[in-house]
Design a protein. Structure first.
Length: 131
């Protein structure tokens, strides 16, 4: 029962740096896998990828990419990871993501997104990271 599970936990979980409870990615991923509608499951996975990137947990985001059902969505996730790395000031890792793309035609626009993120001013990059 839900109430019993809640009784076993402290009433106020440890809070992260942004004032939010720490995320148990494995639990959230398991819940996403229960979604029977493929589009909904993919949307959930992309949300988890975005959250991981925002939290600076790029390796966690990369681990989720293979859960996506189509090459287009996997490359979308890779693009988001590359841009996230660029915004954090890691150009080598950002451009390495381009080499992992499954759809060759996407390499040019994703490379441009990474360049654009890298060329953002220090203040702009700071605002990306704090969002």
């Amino acid at each position: 029962r839900v109430v019993k599970k809640m009784d076993a936990k402290p009433s106020r979980p440890d809070m992260g740096t942004a004032g939010r409870a720490q995320i148990d990615y494995n639990m959230v991923l398991n819940e996403a896998k229960k979604l029977l509608v493929t589009d909904m499951r993919n949307q959930a996975f992309l949300e988890i990828v975005d959250h991981a990137i925002d939290q600076g947990e790029v390796m966690r985001a990369a681990d989720i990419v293979d859960e996506l059902s189509t090459p287009e969505l996997r490359d979308t996730a890779r693009a988001r990871i590359g841009v996230g790395l660029a915004r954090r000031g890691d150009p080598e890792a950002a451009f390495a993501v381009v080499d992992e793309l499954e759809i060759d035609e996407l390499s040019a626009p994703i490379r441009l997104e990474i360049i654009t993120a890298l060329m953002a001013t220090k203040q702009e990059r700071k605002s990306f990271v704090s969002q």
